[in-house]
Ligand binder design. Structure first.
Ligand code: PLP
Length: 241
């Protein structure tokens, strides 16, 4: 592995190539740099490499880094607008810490969780942008809903929670040695995404993100239509914890 900057350049190159294979360009795919377990100094390198979308999976860890990272961004020459993505399973009692701080929550998987975002958002006068999390393999140890429950959930939330804006879907898929083995899951997620986007009025309604693909499978995910990939290990190396 190279430096963080070199690794990002490599990932960016692979994203561009995969986007082209799917008839799109690099600009059509957002790279979320997954910074969980990484230090603020490591995050500084990401910002210096020109990145601004960061992803954390734990609320506590996110809050510990939030001000420090904002400070780094404010002092950097590029003055990036940091976009925080919350990508991990969430408990309702943590929602109050997120309103107004996160750009996008990828992991909404129940009406009750969405209700909490709505209640907090209404109080603060700030809506929260969310994705609905799909658990494509139906794995018990992962959170997320099935495709059919997803359609129902999107309908319920869109109908009655004005402070929750559904911006698309996040798909989690089983781990596989060969990413080709999960291509079918990505394809099914994209079909679901397209069908819902059509029902919801698509881009005009802001339903535009399909978050899928991590270090070992992001190129396949992009080939199948991902608009956002969540990459940690390929940027920073293996996590210790
Ligand atoms: C940790 C994590 C990632 C990044 O995984 P890597 O294999 O390190 O790229 C992506 N998505 C979610 C939900 C994660 O928790």
């Amino acid at each position: 592995m190279g430096s963080v900057g070199e690794n990002i350049a490599e990932v960016r190159g692979r994203i561009a190539a995969a986007a082209e294979r799917s008839g799109r360009t690099a600009d059509d795919v957002t790279l979320v740099c997954v910074t969980k377990t990484r230090t603020v100094e490591e995050i500084r390198e990401v910002i210096e490499a020109g990145e601004c979308s960061l992803g954390e999976n734990r609320v506590q860890e996110f809050l510990e880094k939030y001000d420090k990272v904002q400070d780094i961004a404010d002092k950097s020459a590029k003055k990036p607008n940091i976009m925080w993505n919350l990508i991990g399973h969430l408990q309702r009692n943590k929602v109050k810490y997120l309103t107004g701080k996160v750009a996008l929550v990828h992991s909404v998987d129940s009406f009750r969780l969405a209700e909490e975002f709505n209640a907090r958002g209404a109080k603060a006068g700030v809506p929260t942008d969310v994705l609905i999390q799909l658990n494509m393999g139906g794995e018990a140890q992962k959170s997320g809903v099935s495709i059919s429950d997803c359609r129902a959930l999107v309908g319920e939330i869109a109908g009655c929670l004005p402070y929750v804006r559904i911006r698309g879907l996040m798909a989690v898929v089983p781990m596989a040695d060969d990413p080709e083995d999960v291509r079918g899951y990505f394809r099914d997620a994209k079909l679901t995404f397209d069908a819902l986007a059509k029902e919801r009025g698509g881009l005009e309604a802001g339903f535009e993100h399909l978050s899928m693909g991590m270090t070992h499978d992001y190129e396949v995910a992009i080939e199948e239509g991902a608009t956002m990939v969540r990459v940690g290990t390929a940027i920073f190396g293996l996590r210790k914890g």
